[in-house]
Design a protein around this ligand. Structure first.
Ligand SMILES: [Fe+2]
Length: 411
């Protein structure tokens, strides 16, 4: 994972002070964005855990802080004192090598430490990280800054989860609270719709060269793209409404077996946050409950629903390789910043993939089974976090993320 060991690149190798200043600037920017996203949430909002898969906003704020404490400060800042000896148990997520941890489904029961205590934890760790950036010896700086960079990218991932999780909580509230009453959902990109041919043949996908990536984006390797056409645009709410009105959710022949079982068990009749109000479809958004915008991309659909919709439309989902080649060639509208796009690709290691040694090796590699890949990024992804090689992944029934659909068709 720590493949880019010279971040941020010093504009002048003789100016190590400048490099440290850039690190502090990046660190503050990311940490501030987390607090900005949490700032409109009350202490009560920050406690709630609406399902086992979601986490309280307060937990997200503390967990990303623990990550810096555990992986950066404890091993690398001489004399660092842990803020509170009880916190590693509470705020370790899934790092078995880092010690025991609280049960995930019970995170919402932890009313103390309260939100103010977490703010104190953040301030304590912020000060220590900045002290480390300023004082780390030059010969240890590459290793320290590489972990810092992972920590910042990790925190950005949780910035998105903070929004997906609070939206799920608000969607359970009969008063339909708005995270941000002024929030405007993104519409679809302009331009002609339809399908465009992906260049066939052997292409390289995956990350190489400069810039940060997670380990699961490597190694870069060759793939064979057969003849396929990919949709320029994302599937819209209007198109999804056709699926709903044609009985798509009541037609087992459209569904994978596991998907049909899930749809029946959960009573799915429409995307995650759709509900009928006075005969019109509405959806829960970060701006509260809103009428469906027919032209906007559909959101909050599971892999199972995406796959059933593709069959209904006589199409397929693109593979992650097809998606990446098309995106690299500038063929996709709304590739980023609207909806994660399900790929018909299992989340598996790329050929030759090796997880990092130690606890940070648990970051991605141990989840490479039973999940599906999503490509692109969403409206909740922090600016600058997206990449053409980025591999998001969730279990097929998941639909509380900002997940949408792009179709493909074979010639
Ligand atoms: Fe995490």
């Amino acid at each position: 994972m720590a493949r880019i060991a010279t971040w941020p690149a010093a504009p002048d190798a003789a100016a190590p002070r400048h490099r440290r200043a850039l690190c502090i600037e990046s660190f503050r920017k990311v940490r501030d964005e987390t607090e900005r996203r949490a700032s409109s949430l009350s202490a009560e909002d920050q406690i709630v855990q609406s399902m086992a898969d979601a986490s309280p906003a307060k937990w997200h704020r503390a967990h990303v802080t623990w990550f810096f404490e555990q992986f950066l400060l404890v091993p690398h800042l001489p004399g660092y004192e842990i803020f509170d000896e009880r916190f590693p148990f509470l705020f370790n997520s899934y790092y078995v090598a880092a010690g025991p941890r609280h049960a995930r489904p019970q995170r919402g029961l932890v009313t103390r430490p309260n939100a103010g205590d977490v703010a104190g934890y953040r301030a304590h760790v912020d000060a220590a990280v900045e002290r480390l950036i300023e004082t780390v010896p030059d010969d240890a700086a590459d290793a320290v800054f590489a972990i810092l960079e992972i920590g910042l990218n990790h925190e950005q991932q949780h910035q998105e989860l903070l929004l997906t999780d609070i939206l799920h909580a608000f969607a359970q509230n009969p008063t339909d609270p708005a995270y941000d009453p002024d929030y405007q959902m993104p519409g679809s990109a302009a331009g002609p719709r339809g399908f465009v041919p992906v260049p066939s043949g052997v292409h390289a996908i995956g990350h190489a060269g400069e810039g940060f990536c997670f380990d699961n984006e490597t190694p870069r390797h060759d793939v064979l793209i057969n003849e396929v056409r990919i949709a320029r645009h994302l599937v819209s709410n209007a198109e999804w409404l056709e699926f709903v009105e044609a009985g798509g959710y009541r037609t087992p022949s459209l569904w994978l077996s596991d998907g049909w079982t899930m749809a029946q068990t959960e009573g799915w009749q429409a995307p995650g946050y759709w509900r009928e109000v006075d005969g019109a479809w509405h959806t829960m958004t970060l701006g509260g409950l809103k009428p469906i915008d027919p032209n906007a991309p559909v959101l909050h659909v599971s892999y199972y629903e995406a796959e059933a919709f593709a069959r209904f439309a006589g199409k397929h989902l693109p593979s992650e390789a097809e998606w990446e080649v098309a995106a690299r060639n500038g063929m996709l509208a709304d590739a980023f910043a609207v909806a994660w796009q399900w790929a018909r690709s299992a989340y598996l290691p790329y050929p030759g993939y090796r997880a990092a040694e130690g606890a940070l090796g648990e970051y991605n590699g141990k989840f490479m089974v039973s999940q599906m890949v999503l490509r692109g990024s969403s409206l909740a992804t922090p600016a600058g976090h997206e990449r053409v090689t980025y591999r998001n992944f969730f279990y097929p029934p998941a639909r509380w993320q900002f997940s949408g659909v792009r179709l493909a068709e074979f010639a």
